[in-house]
Design a protein around this ligand. Structure first.
Ligand code: BDP
Length: 557
């Protein structure tokens, strides 16, 4: 699936702005223009715009509508592309159903037939999470229950674009790079309709370094894409009636001898689990916020992050390519935990499995060409202690390997001796909150317990380990000596204790602090206006611990 662009063959129109919205009953069909609507920003999460408490927590169907007109050119195909709506949605053009979106974090790309001079575009979103959605949730006595720790933001969260194509056009471009010693090749697969095809590669200085009609070619003395030192080439695909440009990097990823290798060199993952979350806009994509995230991560000497717990915007991945970050790309299989039954009847069943698989395939279709995407995470903290999880995840891992030629992982919250899933992972990603959710406030337990837990995993599975979550809620400006929980002093010592333990474990290949920044959650007794485990505040200013990490990560290779 190609991101829409504009050039001499392709037009692009942005439909972001102020739309109209209202809550609608389940059987609502937008045959006519919706009445009694109110203005709503796109992209945004409506929950952060409204001031009425009941509206903010609304669960059900929400309609978003606007009119648009664009110049219509002959012999053109028009398509609609919505970057993401949370969650499932139905899309209508002039009252006729065009199609559906199956998940809250993926693009929807649909053909637009019968465009008129003025068109009514209606998007009906259902924000309910159930046994058969991902994230997983339940509606109990009519009330939404979730088992994940981030706010169920609702809205059109990414750009709404209409674009045009020639009838004969490039459908998809797959770029694979092979690095094997001195053998370095670029293999390109183009799908679509064309009579003639030309491939060109332009380097960062704007120099054309390849001009060929062969789909497998080499670049003379190519510069590799390295962590923190990325090099991006641009592939230009030219056909008789279309042109597309896609950036790519040449690099090799391998898990070998207990190490994670990028271009045959071991890397240590330094960084964060994150969220797409900011004041007023909620989960909506915003280029300034995304860029600020990267500037903060560069400042603190991070080199990687996980898209916890869902795929982030395309813009985030483009910037990761450009900043040279390693990305663990996670699908939204979160919340599969602590229900009466998590797998099998009553839990994640055949229907959930089918959805889970299609989300892995769609992630591939969207993100395959990004050099920054070095590992795929198929789930966060599923209930791996249930024996039914084994068959479920065996199938998920096998399926993921069919698409992705990169290491595959999931994120484990349980322990080595009771996990039915850990054996399938190429790298073990483990979350631990020792001294926080257990032995609250006792820093002295961390080193011993973390060493034991991670060593048990390593002894049993012999795989490299990344500590993908560890952290302590911290209210900025709160200080206490001696250190007590929720103070900046405690967070600094807490992170340091964990890191000291990791330094002694040579099978550990990385640390991702939870979280990059404070984020919104449901209200709860242990949530002080949201989850406050951020190393940065929600407005992206450093807490005290940031200075410790900055120093540590400047040295740690
Ligand atoms: C972990 C979850 C993460 C939570 C975190 C926490 O993976 O989503 O936000 O706990 O409690 O178990 O802060």
């Amino acid at each position: 699936m190609l991101y829409p662009i504009s050039n001499k063959y392709r037009d692009l129109y942005n439909l972001n702005g102020i739309w109209r919205y209202r809550f609608v009953p389940d059987d609502y069909v937008p045959i006519e223009e919706a009445k009694n609507t109110e203005p709503m920003a796109v992209p945004s999460s409506f929950n952060e715009i409204v001031t009425d408490g009941a509206k903010k927590c609304y669960s059900g169907k929400v309609l978003f509508e606007r009119y648009f007109s664009i110049p219509l050119r002959k012999d053109r195909i028009y398509r609609l592309r919505i970057g993401a709506t949370s969650h499932k949605c139905e899309i209508y053009l002039n009252g006729k159903k065009l199609g559906e979106g199956i998940n809250g974090f993926y693009p929807i790309d649909l053909p637009l037939y019968d465009l008129k001079e003025i068109n009514r575009l209606t998007v009906v979103i259902d924000n309910r999470l159930t046994q058969h959605t991902l994230p997983n949730g339940r509606i109990i006595d009519g009330k939404q229950h979730i088992r994940h720790d981030f706010y169920n933001y609702t809205g059109i969260h990414r750009d709404v674009l209409v674009y045009s194509l020639s009838e004969k056009h490039i459908e998809d471009v797959v770029i694979k790079t092979v690095v094997d010693g001195d053998y370095r090749k670029v293999k390109v697969e183009i799908s679509g309709e064309y009579d003639s095809l030309r491939l060109k590669v332009i380097d960062e200085k704007g120099k054309e370094v390849v001009d060929t009609d062969e789909s497998c070619f080499s670049i003379d003395e190519p510069i590799l894409w390295e962590v923190g030192n990325p090099y991006l080439y641009t592939l230009v695909v030219e056909t008789d009636s279309d042109e597309y440009r896609e950036e790519f990097g040449i690099r090799k990823i391998e898990v070998k001898d207990g190490k994670f290798l990028v271009n045959d060199k071991p890397v240590y993952f330094k960084g964060f689990g994150m969220h797409e979350d900011f004041y007023v806009i909620g989960r909506a994509n915003n280029p300034a916020v995304t860029l600020r995230n990267f500037e903060c991560m560069k400042w603190i000497n991070a080199n990687s992050f996980r898209t916890s717990h869902y795929p982030y915007s395309e813009q985030t991945l483009e910037l990761a390519d450009r900043y040279g970050f390693l990305v663990i790309d996670e699908v939204p299989a979160v919340g599969m935990v602590n229900w009466e039954k998590c797998f099998g009847e009553g839990g994640a069943d055949e229907q959930t499995l089918a959805l889970h698989k299609s989300l892995i395939k769609e992630l591939y279709e969207r993100d395959k060409n990004h050099p920054s995407v070095v590992m795929i995470s198929v789930s966060n903290e599923p209930m791996t202690t249930e024996k039914e999880s084994k068959a479920y995840f065996k199938e998920i891992f096998d399926y993921t390997h069919r698409y992705w030629d990169r290491p595959i992982t999931f994120v484990e919250a349980w322990s080595a001796d009771n996990s039915y899933v850990a054996e399938f992972s190429d790298v073990l990603c483990v979350n631990r909150y020792l001294g926080w959710y257990s032995d609250h406030g006792d820093l002295s337990v961390i080193e011993g317990q973390l060493t034991k837990d991670l060593t048990d995993f390593h002894d049993k599975y012999g795989k490299p380990i990344i500590l993908t979550e560890f952290g302590a809620d911290t209210v900025e400006g709160a200080h206490s000596l001696p250190a007590e929980t929720f103070s900046e002093d405690f967070q600094a010592l807490y992170i340091e204790e964990n890191c000291n333990a990791l330094d002694k474990l040579d099978f550990c290949i990385g640390e991702h602090v939870w979280n990059f920044a404070d984020f919104k959650t449901n209200q709860g007794l242990n949530r002080v206006c949201g989850n406050r485990k951020g190393v940065f505040t929600k407005d992206r200013q450093p807490k005290m611990v940031a200075y410790y990490l900055k120093k540590r990560w400047s040295k740690k290779i």
